[in-house]
Design a protein around this ligand. Structure first.
Ligand code: MSP
Length: 520
């Protein structure tokens, strides 16, 4: 029996087209999901869209369409971007799905009937985009502490969830499960900013708009969008309050919720408490990844500094974009993107190191041996360190991936590829080719290079699936083994350029012209 691994992303708001920052998350999740599959896990990878709430209702009104029409259009656009990025999710869920809606109603009713939710009134300062109430002292410079926008006074009858009832249990759980909130710094933030001061009851219904899941026993209320959204992780795998499916028991608890650092509070405080109230186990880990900034600034439409994944793919190709976001966003600190940085990274890592190595090696294989290469066992002592590095790579990548340090895992692969290029410079195959008695040595050198490329490509399937497939095709091998093979056999195929070196100045002009045309 394969061990299961359930990974999810946050579900994206259908308030507009997602930028490369939101897209980063699905690519990151995809790399982890593909890697786990490679390791033999039975993986379930869920993503989707968060489609209710006042903000979305207002957007639909602006466009003179119904909210359902609006979310249908945006959800399709989001799914298309996820597909463009070649992400291998198993299910794309939507909070407007009638089955989900019905289960949210059941959950709300159960929590009400068992006394966790009660009816009260709310008076306070309200932020419409965040759909949250705040007290005066929570505001920052008189504005919303989450998004920095204006808040306004609002009073309404509302249902509340009694969070304080569960706070000691949650605190104990966090203390006993140090791996639950990652990175560690986020855990400390949650404890000091929220648990230590004590949790206020949470307002879990709204009456001022109706684009949401109606509370079935009091339909002038709709369910708070976060209670609706968070439950997506269980409703879509078969949870229901009185008759969950086998599928649910197979997958739950999730192994990893991948979310951005801004919504870690919802996933490590509210969500675990809702689960405790439902008497369900908690997810094993919540990873609050850092953000991707544009030129060290938050991306926003009003600043005009938003970069979209589909534009990047048009300019650079899918795997170059995947490589950049996976490699250049650190584990705990925000990452940065500009067109210049992206071009530099493609040239330095993908064209010069990876592309060049594969191209040189395959070309030499054709030139010297008509593409047919086996181990000729003419090993030199200088090969030992290189072969050891090939042998060690899978373990090093695994270590980094287990710690969710995806950029560092890619760096380990790049290290071997760089070492392989150096091995070519050291062994100088073109010199060996000049002497007939060095034929075996030459074939052995090429064989070692091919093994290094093969093992790297097998691992790269998790990160750059198309590139890895192309490399394995060019090598003419289907061997997926992650160890150096002593007796492999290569029938090389035609060499294909993987990544062209980009002329930076020319490309920047092309990008500027294309983007200017699309604005006009
Ligand atoms: N709908 C909520 C999530 C509900 S999950 C039950 C939401 N949606 S979102 O569309 O605003 O964000 C989706 C994800 O993208 C979140 O995890 C968010 O943190 C992440 N990011 C938003 N901007 C980002 C960057 N600039 N960089 C990296 N991730 C970013 O929040």
């Amino acid at each position: 029996m394969k061990e299961k691994f359930y990974i999810s992303t946050a579900i994206a708001y259908t308030s507009g087209k997602p930028h490369i920052g939101n897209t980063y998350e699905i690519v990151l999740a995809d790399a982890i999901a593909r890697y786990k599959r490679l390791q033999g896990y039975d993986v379930y990878f869920q993503t989707g869209t968060d489609e209710h709430g006042e903000k979305i209702q207002l957007k639909a009104m602006e466009k003179s369409v119904t909210p359902q029409q609006y979310v249908d259009e945006v959800a399709a656009e989001i799914k298309l971007i996820w597909d463009t990025m070649n992400t291998s999710y198993d299910r794309f869920v939507r909070t407007t799905d009638p089955l989900h809606v019905e289960k949210v109603q059941h959950i709300f009713r159960k929590l009400y009937e068992q006394g966790d939710i009660y009816l009260g009134t709310y008076e306070g300062l309200y932020c419409t985009p965040c759909e949250s109430f705040f007290t005066e002292s929570q505001l920052v410079d008189g504005k919303c502490p989450d998004c920095g926008r204006e808040v306004h006074y609002k009073k309404e009858e509302a249902y509340f969830f009694c969070l304080s009832k569960y706070q000691d249990r949650l605190r104990q759980y966090i203390d006993e499960h140090p791996e639950f909130i990652q990175p560690e710094s986020r855990k400390n933030e949650m404890i000091h900013n929220f648990l230590d001061p004590g949790l206020q009851d949470l307002c879990v219904s709204r009456t001022s708009f109706d684009w949401g899941v109606p509370v079935d026993f009091d339909p002038k209320h709709v369910v708070y969008v976060w209670l609706d959204a968070l439950t997506n992780y269980i409703t879509n795998i078969g949870y229901d309050t009185d008759r969950s499916t086998e599928e649910f028991y197979h997958w739950w608890p999730a192994d990893l919720h991948l979310v951005g650092k801004d919504i870690i509070r919802f996933h490590t405080i509210y969500w675990p408490i809702f689960l405790m109230a439902l008497d369900l186990p908690l997810p094993k880990q919540v990873f609050g990844h850092p953000w991707l900034l544009m030129n060290n600034d938050k991306m926003s439409k009003s600043k005009g500094n938003v970069i979209y994944a589909d534009d990047l793919v048009q300019f650079f190709g899918v795997d170059a974009v995947r490589y950049y976001v996976l490699h250049d966003i650190p584990f705990a600190n925000d990452g940065n993107i500009t067109y210049e940085l992206l071009i530099d990274r493609i040239n330095s890592d993908l064209a010069n190191v990876l592309g060049n190595l594969v191209n040189r090696t395959i070309s030499m294989g054709h030139k010297y041996f008509n593409g047919s290469i086996q181990n000729a066992h003419a090993k030199d002592i200088m090969d030992d360190g290189f072969i050891e590095m090939i042998q060690d790579l899978p373990r090093k990548v695994e270590e980094k991936m287990n710690g969710l340090e995806v950029g560092d895992a890619l760096d380990e692969i790049m290290l071997l590829l760089r070492r392989s290029n150096k091995y070519i410079d050291e062994t100088m195959p073109w010199t060996l080719a000049k002497e007939d008695e060095k034929k075996d040595r030459l074939m052995t050198v090429l064989y070692h290079l091919l093994e290094s490329i093969r093992v790297s490509a097998v691992l790269l399937q998790a990160f750059l699936p198309d590139t890895a497939a192309s490399i394995l095709h060019q090598l003419g091998t289907s061997c997926q083994l992650l160890t150096y093979q002593n007796d492999g056999n290569y029938q090389l195929q035609e060499a294909e350029i993987l990544f062209m070196r980009i002329d930076k100045d020319k490309k920047l002009v092309e990008i500027a012209q294309t983007l200017a045309r699309s604005i006009v």
